[in-house]
Design a binder for this molecule. Structure first.
Ligand code: NAD
Length: 340
């Protein structure tokens, strides 16, 4: 039997990526939806042949507890709503995938982890690139020190935000600006390539453009992470600038780089020895199948809630560094690394 997945929130990512990916998965299938918009419910019911009893709204959602056809709830809502729906899903006895960033604060992340632990359900974060072979190769080259210990890392990810999803610049719903949404890929990339957590951070916000969009969140931020061996990562993200999407690592005997690095496909890479001849894969299908496999075989996921908490703690340290202009020590973060 394939595990049944219910998508909560039928916005751009569910519609454009996750639902199509669920047509390609081997171990799970789209079994239901949770939406506040009746017209979307009707459209999805027809398009994906969903039975009426597997369609919920935000009020009836808790009744999902009585639905044996749904094993996994996938939370694809604005970030400020992740905690509520993850906790309600766990309390309804469902395993949970929650989109990135996990929540708007580390306190929320802790409550989400606790709710899933208490319910005996698995929790993972929608970190699709951990299942993408170019990124796995960056992890291998970096963590196994194929060119020597990585000394310098660079990561950029940004685009001009056109307010198509206004919640992304609303502090309560997004938690922050591009750092939360796009910079998290830079942060993740440098951590899994280096294969360890940084020990300190410095950061600076970039100037806001005169368009009134960024009243509540940053328009852009540059930050530097220092590692215990003296190596460092330089990262940039923005909602005001189209940046190259790039992840690069340099070591004494060579370098490796992905560019474009962070998209749903079209990832391309090279090292100092030449191009990486690696195929792109359907990332979201791989990610969801991996989680279904973990659920079916009771194995830990590579991208657990604890990793979402780790990243939120690092993001909070980056914001603190930018707010104070001081170097901030990274302390009390659980050492969770996706090891190749
Ligand atoms: P979106 O705005 O297109 O979709 C959000 C959905 O939530 C909409 O269907 C909207 O109707 C619903 N919603 C319910 N209450 C809402 C409220 N109060 N305000 C606004 N919307 C509300 O956004 P999206 O791009 O689909 O992002 C959804 C989630 O997926 C976010 O957590 C985002 O970070 C994540 N995401 C992840 C990736 C990835 O590559 N992993 C890519 C895009 C988005």
């Amino acid at each position: 039997r394939k595990l049944g997945v219910a998508l909560v929130g039928l916005g751009k990512y569910s519609t454009g990526q996750l639902a199509p990916a669920l047509q390609q998965t081997q171990l799970c299938r789209l079994a239901g939806v949770v939406t506040g918009t009746p017209a979307k419910a009707a459209k999805w019911k027809q398009q994906y042949n969903l039975p009426e009893q597997n369609i919920y709204d935000y009020k009836t959602f808790d009744r999902i507890a009585d639905n044996p056809n749904i094993d996994i709830v996938y939370v694809v809502l604005p970030v400020g709503m992740h905690e509520e729906f993850t906790v309600r899903a766990a309390q309804a006895g469902k395993h949970v995938i929650c989109e990135k960033p996990m929540a708007i604060s580390s306190a929320e992340c802790r409550r989400m982890i606790e709710a899933c632990r208490k319910a005996g359900k698995m929790l993972s974060i929608g970190y699709r690139l951990h299942f993408e072979p170019h990124h796995r190769e960056m992890m291998r080259l970096g963590q196994q020190q194929v060119y020597g210990p990585v000394q310098r890392l660079l990561a950029d990810n940004g685009f001009r935000f056109d307010n198509d999803t206004p919640w992304r610049v609303d502090k309560e719903l997004a938690g922050g600006g591009p750092l939360m949404d796009l910079g998290i890929y830079c942060l993740q990339g440098v951590v899994y390539t280096k294969g360890e957590l940084p020990v300190s951070v410095t950061a600076k916000y970039t100037p806001k453009p005169n368009n009134n969009l960024f009243k509540e969140v940053e328009a852009g931020i540059n930050w530097q992470l220092q590692f215990t061996d003296g190596s460092a990562a330089d990262c940039r993200t923005s909602y005001a600038e189209n940046m190259s999407s790039r992840l690069r690592a340099e070591a004494a005997k060579g370098w490796m780089e992905l560019q474009p690095a962070f998209g749903y496909g079209g990832i391309s890479g090279r090292t100092s020895q030449g191009p990486l001849n690696i195929q792109n894969v359907p990332q979201q299908a791989r990610q969801m199948d991996d989680f279904a496999n973990c659920v079916l075989n009771n194995q830990p996921t590579r991208v657990p809630g604890e990793m979402g908490l780790r990243d939120m703690q690092l993001i909070e340290a980056i914001y603190r560094a930018a707010d104070t202009g001081q170097k901030v020590r990274i302390e009390g973060v659980q050492n969770i690394i996706d090891k190749v």
